[in-house]
Design a protein around this ligand. Structure first.
Ligand code: SF4
Ligand code: SF4
Ligand code: FES
Length: 816
C-alpha cells in the first residue's frame, strides 16, 4: 500500500496517499477548491492561480530535526505567501485553510482579474448555466466591476478551429486545458498559444484545422464558453436539457455517453437530441469520447428513415399494416424451417440478437453475423477476464496490437493504450503498414500483408519481442482486420489465442484476447452463438432470409446477386438500404436512441442503454419485431420488454447468468469525482449514476488447449496476375457506412473514395489525381492518395467507401 499522509483541511483530519495534491485531498473530503487550469486527468501547471490556499507545515527544530511542540501539539508555521492547491502535494501534519480570509481574498482577486477582459455574455453563451467561470463568479466574484467597459479587450467571437469546433476568443481565460488535452491526453498537439499576455490566442496549427478525432472533449473541459461544438452552439440552454444515459454504438469500445435532449418548436414540438457528452466509466472511456461517437448520432434523426412496413406486391413494394407484414414474414419463415437464414448486424443489442438466435434455433435454421472479421468464438473463451481495465496496466504488462489501426478503428482504446505505454506497459505493434500507435510502441513488428498469423506464430521466438512476451506478468492481445477478411482474421485470432494460452495468460484480469470489431456489439453476437458465414452469397441462395441491420446488397454486387436468388427476403432496418429495396417484406426498426437494451463491448462488458427520445411513429424495437415475426412463424420468443428478454437471455446463456438490468445499472464511487454540483473540476462529463456494466465470465475453452492450434491458419496466398495489384482493405474512422454518412456534419471528414499507394507504385502505374479500380467485377473511379508509409507491393482500399472490398483482393488499376 502506498505510504499514507495525515493532514487537516479546514479543521478536518484526513489521511490520503503520499503525493496526493491538496486540491484532490480536499475533493475527497467534499471540499471544492476553485480551479480553472487544473484538471484531474492532466498534469498540473499552476497557470491560473485560482486555487490559492493557506498552507501551514509543522515547524522543525533545525538542531534536533524534531517537530517543535506547542501546548503538546506540533507548532504550525504558515508561509508568508499562499500556495496553489493544484500543484502542492500534501505532507505529514500539513494544515490547509481553503476558505480563510487571506485565501478567499486571493481567490476573489483572481476572479476579478479574469473578468477584466471577459465579455460576460452569459445570456447568449452556450456554457451559461453550466459554466465554471459563471459559478465561481457567483461564489467569489465582485458585485460590481471596477473596470471600464470601453477598456475591455474585444476579440474575434466566431472563429472556426475546424469544421466541428468553434472558438470565441473573447471568452478564453487562457487556462490551456484545451492545448494540454490535445498534447498530453490525445497525443495530437494541434492547438497552441500564439502571442503573449492579454494578446494571447488559441490557434490551430494543423491543416485541416483542429485535425484530431478527440476534438470534442476540449469543449467539455474548457471552463468557459470559448470552445463550442458546431452542432450545439446557439442550439439550446443547458438548463433546458434532459439527460439520458446511453452507450455509443459506433465501435467496440462502448463509451458511456449521455444524450441531452429537449422538446423544441423548431423541430415541430418533438423531443430531439441536442448534444452528446461523455459519461464517466473509468474502466471503459474514463471521461472521454471520440468525435465519431459525439457527432455521428445524427444518423438517427435523418429524414430518410424507414417509417412504415412495406410488402412486395408484384414488382413494387407497398405500404402495409404491421399485422400483415408480420404475418407474411412469419408464414414464409415457418414454411422454410431449416432453410431459413437469419443474417444480423453487430449494431443490434444483445436482446435483439438473442431473439434472432432463438428464432433461428426454433426453426432449425442458421444464425449468421454479417461481418468481415472472424475469431469471435475464441474471444468468448480466451477473451479478457472480468476485472480487466487498461487504466490498471503499466510496468509488467505487455500489450500486443496485431493488424489493427486503433486510431481509426477504436479511438478510445488507442488513447488508453497509449497512456498505458506511458505508464510503463510494453507495447508491441505488429502491422503491415505504419499506424499512429507505433509512436508509443517499444517494438514495431512489420510483416508482409498475408503473413499476419505466421508472424504472430513466430513472435515468441524473436529475441527482444519474444522476451517481452514470455517475461510479461500480464499479456493482452488486440487483433483487428487491417488488410484482412474473414479467413485471415480468423487465422490471426487463432494465432493470438495460441500465444495467450501458451503463456497461461487466460482467465485472469488484465490478460486475454480482444477483437477490434467493426461494430459495437459484434462481441455480443459471438457470445450469443452467432457464426460468420464464409460464403454469404451461397448461404443466401434459394433461402428464406431474415436480414436485420445489415446491407449486403449495398456493400457488394456479388451479395446483391446472391440475394436476388433468395426465395424470400425479409429486411428489418432503419433506412431504405439497397438490401431493403430488394426485400419482399420491410420492417421499420427503432434507433438505439429511441429504446432500451444492452451492448457487449470488445472488452466483454455488458452495458445498458436507455431511451433518450420517443420512437418514430410506426417503428418498433428490433427485439419486439423479431418476437412478433417468431410467433407468426410458430416459435415462442419473449418480446414484451427488453428487460424480460434480458431475463430470458440470462437464464439460458451461461456467460450472462446472474445479469439483470438492475445488475447492469449498479454503480460505485469513481475517481476522479466528476459532475455533481461542481463542474469546474472534471469538466461537463456526466457522473455515472446509471450503471458501470458487468464484464462477462469466460466460457470454457472448447476441449484441450491444443484444439486452438488445430484451427487452420490460412496465409494470404493471393498472387495477383500481371497488370494486377494486391489490394488490402483498411478501416477509416469516418466512412460511407450508414451510421456515419447520414450525419451531414461529418461529410467533410469522410472525404472521397480513395486508393492509397506508395509514390513509387503510383509512378509506375502513372497514377495521379483519379484512378479507375476494377475489383470483383466492379469498376469505380477513386482518388489517388500517395503515401510513403504504404508498402510498395500493395495498395490500400478503405472499406465502406463504395468499393466491395472485404478481404485482400487482386485489382486492376489505371489512370482515369
Ligand atoms: S479555449 Fe477554453 S480550454 Fe482553451 S485555454 Fe481558453 S479557456 Fe482554456
Ligand atoms: S471510441 Fe468508439 S465507442 Fe467511444 S465514442 Fe468513439 S466510436 Fe464511440
Ligand atoms: S493554478 Fe491551480 S487551478 Fe489553476
Amino acid at each position: 500500500m502506498a505510504k499514507q499522509v495525515s493532514l487537516t483541511i479546514d479543521g478536518r483530519a484526513v489521511t490520503v496517499p503520499a503525493g496526493t495534491l491538496i486540491v484532490n485531498a480536499a475533493k475527497m473530503m467534499g471540499i471544492d477548491i476553485p480551479v480553472f487550469c487544473y484538471h484531474p486527468k492532466m498534469e498540473p501547471v499552476g497557470m491560473c492561480r485560482q486555487c490559492m490556499v493557506e498552507v501551514g507545515r509543522p515547524m522543525i527544530d533545525r538542531a534536533t530535526g524534531q517537530a517543535v511542540m506547542e501546548n503538546g501539539q506540533p507548532k504550525i508555521q504558515f508561509g508568508a505567501k499562499l500556495e496553489t492547491a493544484c500543484t502542492t502535494p500534501v505532507s505529514e501534519g500539513m494544515v490547509v485553510l481553503t476558505a480563510s480570509e487571506k485565501a478567499k481574498a486571493s481567490q476573489n482577486d483572481i476572479l476579478e482579474f479574469l473578468l477584466t477582459s471577459h465579455p460576460l455574455d452569459c445570456p447568449v453563451c452556450d456554457k451559461g448555466g453550466e459554466c465554471p467561470l459563471q459559478n465561481l463568479t457567483m461564489a467569489h466574484g465582485p458585485d460590481e466591476s471596477r473596470f471600464l467597459y470601453d477598456e475591455k479587450q474585444h476579440l474575434a467571437k466566431h472563429v472556426p478551429l475546424g469544421e466541428l469546433i468553434w472558438l470565441d476568443r473573447e471568452r478564453c481565460i487562457q487556462c490551456a486545458r484545451c492545448v494540454r488535452f490535445q498534447d498530453e491526453v490525445a497525443g495530437e498537439a494541434v492547438l497552441g498559444f500564439y502571442q503573449r499576455g492579454r494578446a494571447l490566442e488559441i490557434v490551430t496549427n494543423s491543416e485541416p484545422g483542429f485535425d484530431s478525432v478527440f476534438s470534442g472533449n476540449t469543449t467539455d473541459i474548457c471552463p468557459v464558453g470559448a470552445l463550442t461544438t458546431d452542432d450545439f452552439r446557439f442550439g439550446a440552454r443547458p438548463w433546458e436539457l434532459k439527460a439520458a444515459a446511453s452507450v455509443c454504438s459506433q465501435c467496440p469500445v462502448g463509451c458511456n455517453v449521455t444524450f441531452n435532449t429537449r422538446r423544441e418548436a423548431k423541430s415541430d414540438g418533438k423531443v430531439v437530441i441536442k448534444r452528446v457528452m461523455p459519461r464517466q466509466n473509468e474502466a471503459v472511456n474514463e471521461t472521454w469520447m471520440c468525435d465519431k461517437g459525439r457527432f455521428a448520432y445524427h444518423f438517427t434523426e435523418n429524414a430518410d428513415r424507414l417509417g412504415k412496413p412495406l410488402v412486395r406486391v408484384g414488382k413494387k413494394q407497398e405500404v402495409s399494416k404491421w399485422d400483415n407484414a408480420i404475418e407474411q414474414a412469419g408464414k414464409k419463415l415457418h414454411s422454410a424451417k431449416g432453410e431459413a437464414v437469419v443474417l444480423a448486424g453487430g449494431r443490434l443489442s444483445n436482446e435483439d440478437l438473442f431473439n434472432l438466435k432463438q428464432l433461428a434455433d426454433g426453426l432449425g435454421g442458421e444464425a449468421l453475423l454479417y461481418t468481415h472479421m472472424g475469431g469471435g468464438a475464441l474471444t468468448a473463451s480466451v477473451g479478457v477476464a472480468p476485472g480487466t481495465n487498461f487504466s490498471n496496466m503499466g510496468a509488467g504488462t505487455t500489450i500486443l496490437v496485431a493488424a489493427s489501426d486503433l486510431y481509426n478503428e477504436a479511438p478510445i482504446w488507442y488513447l488508453r493504450i497509449k497512456q498505458a505505454a506511458k505508464r510503463g506497459a510494453t507495447l508491441i505493434v505488429a502491422g503491415g503498414r505504419a499506424t499512429k500507435l507505433e509512436k508509443y510502441a517499444k517494438f514495431v513488428v512489420r510483416y508482409a500483408y498475408g503473413d499476419e498469423a505466421g508472424t504472430i506464430d513466430g513472435l515468441a521466438k524473436k529475441d527482444k519481442v519474444g522476451e517481452a512476451i514470455t517475461a510479461a506478468e500480464n499479456l493482452v492481445v488486440l487483433y483487428g482486420s487491417d488488410g484482412l477478411g474473414l479467413a485471415g482474421s480468423s487465422a490471426l485470432a487463432a494465432a493470438c489465442a495460441d500465444l495467450l494460452v501458451a503463456g497461461k495468460h487466460v482467465g485472469k484480469a488484465d490478460n486475454g484476447l480482444i477483437g477490434v470489431w467493426p461494430r459495437a456489439n459484434d462481441q455480443g453476437a459471438w457470445e450469443l452463438g452467432f457464426k460468420a458465414g464464409a460464403d454469404l452469397a451461397k448461404a443466401l441462395k434459394g433461402k428464406t432470409v431474415y436480414i436485420v441491420a445489415a446491407d449486403p446488397a449495398g456493400d457488394d454486387p456479388v451479395l446483391a446477386a446472391g440475394l436476388k436468388e433468395a426465395k424470400f427476403v425479409i429486411v428489418q432496418e432503419l433506412f431504405p438500404t439497397e438490401t431493403a429495396r430488394l426485400a419482399d417484406v420491410v420492417l421499420p426498426a427503432q434507433a438505439y436512441t429511441e429504446r432500451e437494451g444492452s451492448f457487449t463491448s470488445g472488452e466483454r462488458r455488458a452495458q445498458r442503454f436507455y431511451p433518450a427520445v420517443p420512437p418514430r411513429p410506426e417503428t418498433r424495437s428490433d427485439f419486439a419485431i423479431t418476437a412478433q415475426v417468431a410467433r407468426a412463424a410458430g416459435v415462442e420468443v419473449e418480446g414484451r420488454s427488453a428487460l424480460l428478454v434480458m431475463e430470458k437471455l440470462a437464464a439460458s446463456v451461461p456467460t450472462f447468468a446472474g445479469i439483470s438490468y438492475l445488475k447492469l445499472a449498479e454503480v460505485s464511487e469513481q475517481w476522479p469525482i466528476v459532475g455533481r454540483g461542481d463542474l469546474y473540476y472534471g469538466g461537463t462529463t456526466y457522473e455515472n449514476a446509471q450503471g458501470l456494466g458487468v464484464q462477462l465470465p469466460l466460457t470454457p475453452i472448447p476441449s484441450r488447449f491444443d484444439r486452438l492450434s488445430a484451427t487452420p491458419k490460412g496465409r494470404g496466398g493471393l498472387r495477383p496476375k500481371e497488370n494486377q495489384w494486391l489490394a488490402v482493405p483498411v478501416t477509416r474512422l469516418y466512412d460511407r457506412g450508414i451510421t456515419v454518412a447520414t450525419s451531414e456534419l461529418l461529410n467533410a471528414r469522410i472525404g472521397e473514395a480513395s486508393v492509397v499507394l506508395h509514390p513509387d507504385a503510383a509512378d509506375k502505374l502513372g497514377l495521379d489525381g483519379t484512378a479507375e479500380v476494377r475489383l470483383n467485377g466492379t469498376a469505380a473511379k477513386v482518388k489517388v492518395v500517395r503515401d510513403e508509409s504504404v508498402p510498395a507491393s500493395v495498395v490500400l482500399l478503405p472499406r465502406s467507401m463504395g468499393l466491395p472490398i472485404h478481404a485482400p483482393a487482386a485489382v486492376e488499376l489505371k489512370k482515369a
